[in-house]
Design a binder for this molecule. Sequence first.
Ligand code: UDP
Length: 411
Amino acid sequence: MLDVVDIGDRSIDAYRGVAPDEQLDELVRVARQLRGARILHLNATSYGGGVSEILRACVPLLKDLGLRAEWKIIRGDDAFFQITKRLHNGLQGAPGELSESEKALYLGNAQLNAPHLAEDYDFVIVHDPQPAAIPGLVHRDGSRWVWRCHIDTSHPNPAIWDFLTPYLRVYDAAVFTLESFIPPRFPIRRIAILPPAIDPLSPKNLALPPKLARHILEWIGVRLDRPLVTQVSRFDKWKDPLGVVAAYRLVRQRIPNLQLALVSSMALDDPEAWDIYETVRAETAQDRLIHVFTNLVGVGNVEVNAFQSLSDVVIQKSLREGFGLVVSEALWKGTPVVAGRVGGIPMQMPPGTGGILVDSVEECADALLHLLRHPQVAHTLGQSGRERVRQHFLMPRLLLDELRLLETLAT
Ligand code: UDP
């Protein structure tokens, strides 16, 4: 059996007054055309990372809009997720190849999971490379299959890309975050470009009363009488946690009481995170102004919300990034962001909006120092970032784009 993720009920009407009205009106109209359609979202983990974050918000709203939506998780063991993490890294350009036995293991996992997808769906949306081989192994019976790629695949490692491509040929459509992410010789003809979005009403993003937010952070050991910068990210080399520490240390030379929080959640499908976590701990253990928190010590959505709301600046020093949900989450709270100029981030923070884009540890340190020393500049950037999120990166816009795509596939 595949794991069905239990999700609550949500109402699209609750987004009135939060997301733009015209998006909501259009969403309701398009959803009416698809009323009763069965949609399955299929991915590899129910927590940790952006995909699960999006599905947790979007599947209940699809149901409220009259579609029969479900979210399922493929099964996989540690060996499988070691391989899929290498696929993930390779798709983002990291070197390396899979051995014949690893390729067989990847396919074997699809063979194990595919029989459990025998039900009839009108649309199946498969997220990222982990479950990508499944549709070639199921009886499709008129259903439409979409491959949703969340990562920056503009320059994939050719060995990894050649391995994955044959599995993609059977899809009816693909979705990328940016046009430039479409890899060379892409085998799916119909392609939609849909940037992800955040849920403004989730516990992570709703407006926390400032007093409560302060209480939460003080309770877990962060001092709010000192400046604070934070990066919220899985422990992943592409998120460059050691680069964040290096930039922070440069700023500390000028602002000695500055605190850094590294907040991370360990995802089910990310076995590399443990090694990186150990490395970060070893690097920071002696420094009482650096706080490292994970979901394993109970730092979850509400705490992340408090960090993103109360930090003076949020950092996202990514080296690769399809779309940084965390960037939009921080901006939604009006907090300015210093972020790597990579992947989808420049779309999230166009010039003069939201914060400062950087290309190195030194630039990151300079940008942090600038924003910490000029709170008015920081405030104005944060507010412009919030408005950009409101217009472009809230969940109703993403749902609207997705349903429009499904509507075209249905005909
Ligand atoms: N996240 C979290 N707790 C953490 C670290 C990350 O809840 O300690 C969430 C974060 O708030 C965001 C998602 O995980 O919603 C990460 O998405 P993003 O697109 O930034 O990166 P990904 O992990 O998908 O590469």
